[in-house]
Write a protein that binds this ligand. Structure first.
Ligand code: ADP
Ligand code: MG
Length: 577
């Protein structure tokens, strides 16, 4: 637990003043509470005295109860409040950390798992730091005070009163460990379930299209059944644990009543002391139960904390270097120097050497899986090469601040993502103060303006998960508009016109040629019509450049490109017929 706690030390330290105040309330509350049985003893022993002694002690007792209540209230408000503050800080930090991690992390981590850690586990940590920590100190102190006072009054009786403590501790350790294991497994299963749900909701179209509702339902039911079975295992062991504690405590009461009663009969202790002992015993019941509870909270909390710390332990594989070179203006020359990329199953790119002078349009063609996307993903550092380097204006991009590097680049990925926001907000994504005119102009250049005008609410139309569904081509053009709005030195189009018809494509290409004059463009396409005007065309195959040159040269070479061109010309002619 302590090793896990050391990572939240900085959060606890941040609230030290509040924790100290809460701690003072806790101590005062425990003192007021521990004094109560003493007042009861005095009241009972003075019962037959003349005068107002009894009333006096009764009054003190009420006063103490009032004080105890007030301090208990503030203890809870302050300490539980701080645990909420820490939860808030932790949640922000988790989010910030997740935002900084590179795409490869999300490639190997399930979203549901991350969500479970950010919700369930975070809550368990809060329970440990709030109620857990508070009741740990509160009950220990109560125990200490009660035992000290009892020992002073009659140490033999005190021994009987605390006798069950070792047994209780043993039971707590024994059961606690098992409870902890089962809880761990339960949390793991919960994360499986949330992953499953998340995938099914995102992939709802696939589930429908392949008529997998029932099969998915069955699979979900199976997971759910496993979860409930595991929950019941946890409940069963807790069901044994709690009554066992109660029985142990009941036995102690019995012993104290018997031994204490005899002491009174033999005149060794007063009736008041006997009543006092029983009151203390009653006071110790809660700490004994709370102790077990706190142990559970702590074990759950530290297990959860470990899982959260695994997120914090993830270092962004792509981070800003310590002494980043500043490049506020870029010319836009890109060079791949001996670039190899290996995802772990052979080279996706194999020592690529390629120079794209500033202002050139480079076209990349090649079969699916030949490494085209991998090549362009390197430029905004969505990925770093396994060997070799990518250079911008002669500088290794790993020595630049990634944020600054990316501001020079307009990137249209193969898979577009639209946010649940208006179409205007989606176009303006990543540009803080875009004016309406700028957004309109970007939409026009991307050949999207006409479509938007026909939307029900124009530029204010909601798209994405909570709005209208755009066609593949509309999505792609939104992504192009988004990239153009940045007014980038470098534009990267990863098969960005694949879902656009040839006519619209031609129009967009004409616009782009005008806007991107003097800027660097890397354009991936499987259409010869898109790339024939490019300053240079390279053909990738199995991660290697196998052909390069301008359109006419590659046609003359009679390789993959010439083949592609012939096929597509044939298709066009057939269409015309
Ligand atoms: P293209 O864009 O030309 O279709 P890619 O660059 O997407 O090709 O992929 C090149 C190769 O690298 C393929 O064999 C693909 O399976 C593999 N690959 C791409 N992305 C990943 C990834 N994130 N993890 C593992 N392998 C990948
Ligand atoms: Mg691709």
């Amino acid at each position: 637990m302590w090793e896990a706690l050391s990572t939240v030390r900085k959060y606890l330290w941040r609230y030290r003043a509040g924790l100290a105040a809460g701690g003072v309330c806790l101590v005062l509350k425990d003192i007021a509470q521990a004094l109560q049985p003493l007042m009861i003893r005095s009241a009972v022993d003075r019962f037959r005295d003349p005068g107002h002694a009894f009333l006096y002690y009764a009054g003190l007792l009420v006063g103490l109860a009032l004080l105890k209540g007030i301090f208990q209230y503030w203890m809870r408000v302050v300490i539980i409040g701080i645990s909420r503050d820490i939860e808030y800080d932790l949640r922000n930090d988790i989010y910030a950390h997740l935002a900084g991690l590179a795409p490869d992390y999300y490639g190997r981590t399930r979203t549901g798992d991350i969500m479970a850690r950010a919700t369930n586990d975070l809550n368990a940590v809060r329970m440990m730091l709030g109620p857990g920590l508070m009741y740990w100190f509160e009950t220990s102190l109560t125990f200490l005070f009660a035992v000290l006072i009892m020992v002073r009054v009659d140490w033999r009786l005190a021994i009987f009163a605390v006798m069950p403590a070792p047994a209780v501790s043993f039971a707590v350790v024994f059961f606690g460990r098992r409870i902890h294991d089962r809880f761990e497994r339960l949390q793991g299963m919960f994360s499986d379930i949330s992953s499953r749900v998340q995938e099914n909701l995102s992939g709802v179209r696939m589930v429908r299209a392949f008529v997998q509702e029932e099969a998915e339902m069955r699979r979900f039911e199976e997971l759910n059944r496993g979860y409930i079975a595991q929950s019941l295992k946890l409940v069963r062991i807790q069901g044994i644990f709690d009554p066992l504690l109660a029985a142990l405590i009941g036995l102690t009461f019995l012993a104290v009543l018997y031994v204490g009663g005899r002491q009174v009969l033999e005149g060794r202790i007063s009736v008041g002391s006997f009543v006092m002992f029983n009151t203390y015993m009653g006071m110790l019941v809660w700490p004994m139960i709370a102790f077990g509870w706190v142990v559970n909270l702590t074990q759950r909390g530290s297990a959860s904390l470990r899982r959260i710390n695994e997120i914090f332990a993830e270092r962004p594989s792509i981070a800003a270097p310590p002494n980043a070179i500043s490049l506020p203006e870029a010319r836009g020359e890109i060079e791949f120097r001996g670039v190899t990329v290996d995802y772990g199953n052979g080279a996706a790119l194999d020592s690529i050497d390629l120079r794209v002078p500033a202002g050139m349009t480079l076209a990349v063609v090649g079969r699916t899986g030949s490494g085209k996307s991998t090549l362009v993903n390197l430029v905004p550092r969505l990925l770093d090469p396994t060997a070799g380097a990518v250079l911008l204006d002669g500088i290794d991009i790993r020595r630049l601040d990634p944020a600054q590097l990316r501001r020079h680049i307009g990137f249209v990925p193969q898979e577009t993502f639209l946010f649940s926001a208006t179409i205007a907000e989606n176009i303006a994504f990543g540009v803080d103060r875009a004016t309406e005119q700028q957004i309109r102009r970007a939409a026009e250049l991307a050949g999207l303006a006409g479509d938007i005008d026909s939307f029900p609410e124009g530029y204010r139309t909601m798209v994405g998960e909570r709005g209208i569904t755009l066609s593949g081509g509309q999505k792609q053009r939104t992504a192009i508009a988004r990239a153009l709005l940045r007014d980038p030195r470098i534009l990267i189009l990863d098969d960005a016109l694949s879902s656009v018809d040839t006519l619209t494509e031609e129009r967009i290409l004409t616009h782009l040629a005008a806007v991107m004059r003097g800027r660097t463009v890397i354009s991936i396409s499987h259409r010869v019509s898109t790339v024939r005007q490019a300053g240079r065309i390279v053909v990738l195959e199995k991660g290697r450049v196998v052909e390069q040159g301008i359109h006419a040269e590659l046609i003359a070479a009679g390789g993959y490109y010439a083949d592609l061109s012939r096929k597509q010309t044939l298709e066009e002619e057939l269409e015309v017929l």
